[in-house]
Structure formats: C-alpha cells, structure tokens
Design a protein around this ligand. Sequence first.
Ligand code: FES
Length: 148
Amino acid sequence: MTDNNENNENFEPKIIAFLCTWCSYAGADLAGSARIQYPTNVKIIKVMCSSRINPLFVLRAFRKGADGVLVSGCHPGDCHYLTGNYFTRRRLILFKKQLEWVGIDPNRFHMSWVSASEGQGWADVVNKVIDDVKELGPQDEMRRKVVE
Ligand code: FES
C-alpha cells in the first residue's frame, strides 16, 4: 500500500448528507429509533424534497470542508411532490460528471434513494459512502484553490 493509504487509516471523513424529509430523513430517523449503528461522520441537512438541492449547495459543502457529499431522497416514483426526484436524478448525474472540472473527484459525491422504512438501508448507504471516501483520503483540492 502507498503512504497515502497508510495515512488514511485514521482518517475520519466529514460527510454532508442532504436528505428529503419524507423518505430518507425518515429512514435515517428509523435507523436511530431502531438503534441501528452507523458512523457519526455524517451531518444531515434536511430539505423538503431532493429536488430542492441546488448543485451549488454541494459545491459549498465541499468548499466548507466536506470530504464527501451524499444526496438522498425517495425512490423514483415515490416522491411526495410526484416528479421532484426525477429532476434531482437528471440534474445531479450531469453535475457529478462536471465535478472533476472544479478539482473534486466525482467519487466523493453520492446519490441514493432510501425510503422511510429502510433504516438498515440508510445505515448501509452511510457505511458505503464513508468507505469510499476513506479510500480517497481528505479532500483538500478545492479548499486549497479557494485559499490560494
Ligand atoms: Fe422525497 Fe421528493 S419528497 S425526493
């Protein structure tokens, strides 16, 4: 393994998660009330619908020090505003492809669909995101560019 991977062993990434209130936030809440364990690296920001998430929110999270960002909403077809998450999916897939242009590894950005009944699913998503971001190490590229 490289030095970078050795340094990453103790690295605890900061993850910002934008969750829609009706499905994913309720799923995260269920994980809590069912006492399903998952790491505390995730800071949750609740929005009414995933379609409310402007890509600039994600960039701002990275600029403010997030090592990874997760957007999660209702499963396609289950959005409480009918088609909101279809817009989210289209918008954020395109956005993810452009992250490299601003110096952010696209693998730092994740999207997932978690329903209100998927407490374990929420915990699984969080563990996967943290594992993936740990592999990448700390995100300094954008912070460095802002400071320079
Ligand atoms: Fe959950 Fe729209 S209300 S994605």
